[in-house]
Every structure is written in C-alpha cells, then in structure tokens.
Design a protein around this ligand. Sequence first.
Ligand code: ADP
Ligand code: MG
Length: 265
Amino acid sequence: MTAKTADTLADVEAATVEVHDVHKWYGTHRVLDGVDLTVRPGEVTVVLGPSGSGKSTLLRVINHLEKPEIGYVSVNGEPIGVKRQGDRLKELSERAILAQRGRIGFVFQNFNLFPHLTVLDNVAAAPVATGRLGRPEAQELARELLGRVGLADKTGAYPRQLSGGQQQRVAIARALALRPGVILFDEPTSALDPELVGEVLAVIRDLASSGTTLVIVTHEIGFAREIADRVVFIDGGKIIEQGPPSEVLDSPRHERTRDFLSKVL
Ligand code: ADP
Ligand code: MG
C-alpha cells in the first residue's frame, strides 16, 4: 500500500449539487414542497427565507441527514442515499451513504466541535476515522487548514478556550479536512456576537473565491449581495424565486420576497 499524504486543497474538485423535486413532510406538515435546485461547480448559492421556511431541512436533505418522502439529491450526478437501477431508485447502504456524506462539508450554527479534543484533533479526527489519512498526515493537513483560517497559534487549545468566531473557524477547517466538493453552511454567523461575524465571513469569502461550491443559509444580506452567484428565496417549503443578487435582492419579483427583505434589511 502506498503512503497516504495530506494533499493540498488546490486539487479538490468542486461538486455539482442537484435537488430533484424534493418533498419532505412531518405528519401533515409539508416542510419541503417540491424543491428543484441546481448548484454548479464553484457556484456560491445563498438561501434566504423566513424562520420555519425549510432552509435547514433543505441542507439536511442535501447531506442525507433527512430522507425526503419524494425526490432525491445528487452530488456530481450520483444520487445521495438512493441508487439508480434502470428507472428506479434503490436505497443505498448506510456505509455508502456515509461515504457520500464524506464528500459534503457541513458547518452548523452552533459549531458542534468535540469539546474533549484539541483544535488540531477536531480538524484531524475525520480523515483518520474514515481511513483516508494516517494520524501524522491528518495532523499535517489540520495544521495547514488551521493556518488557512488564521488559527495556526491555536492548535493545542480546547474549544472552550476559544471565542465563538474562532470556534466557527475551526469548524470550517474541520469541514475542509474531508476535502469536500461542496460545503453547506447553516446560519454560520447567527450564534456569534456582532463583532465576531466579520472574521467568519472573511473565511467563507476566501473559500468562495477559491472556487469551492458553497450553499449558505444566512440572513447577512450584504454578504449575500457581495459573494452570491445566486440567491434563492424559499418560503413555505417552496422556492419562490431565484437569480443573481442584483435581481432577487434589488428588484424582487414576488411580494413575499419583498416583504421578507423589508424585514431583514
Ligand atoms: P428554517 O431552517 O427555515 O427555519 P426548518 O427547516 O428548520 O426551517 O424547519 C421547517 C419546518 O419544519 C418548521 O416548521 C419546523 O418546525 C419543522 N420541522 C423541522 N424538523 C422537524 C422534525 N424533525 N419534526 C417535526 N417538524 C420539524
Ligand atoms: Mg434553520
């Protein structure tokens, strides 16, 4: 067996994400009601919408943390959680789902770091656990990624010793450690004190300009205008409108979009 080495980020291939007519319901509550969405390689899509509109559920379906009742998601043409057999889609094994999920980074509102691991091991853990890298190589990669998010001096710290903005930057480095083709962000700055928002947005901006495919749920409208290739407005589990920020944010076509923007701007 050849030695596995910590690859640089440059050769990570940006993914295409396709959401095909996804319906998700809890009892009689239709949380996603026929969502179709395509995110092309390297595209930055910002998802906006009121609380309870289905934004987190959409990200969770993309990452296969939730299974849709109808429809499916594919990453680079490969259906997530289901396998094509002729015209039919068949459930994938848990192992195959885990392998697919390993190509998708997920950054949560509340960081979700492992409290008992150092910053370095938080970032190095997944490549070791999935067998992609040996521990020394994973730690080398973790050091490189922590440098990229401006935390080279915090490798030995524990999460509780860091500010929220620093913890979220560790969480982003951790997502990058699996060399994902796409990273999903669920309100990455909502839990932060206002003065710490900028440092996290700066890291996301760096990822956007490096050509990583990103899907970002955020209420930071100014940031969306600056970095999004496309803004998607979702309400009641449906995409109401989508397009470049100059259209959706500056001249929305739908009353519901105008109403939402008037509340958050
Ligand atoms: P958003 O992220 O846009 O605020 P969510 O996707 O979290 O919205 O939730 C959409 C709706 O689905 C909400 O009404 C929420 O209460 C409901 N919901 C989400 N997860 C569950 C669940 N596991 N069981 C029942 N209802 C849920
Ligand atoms: Mg949410």
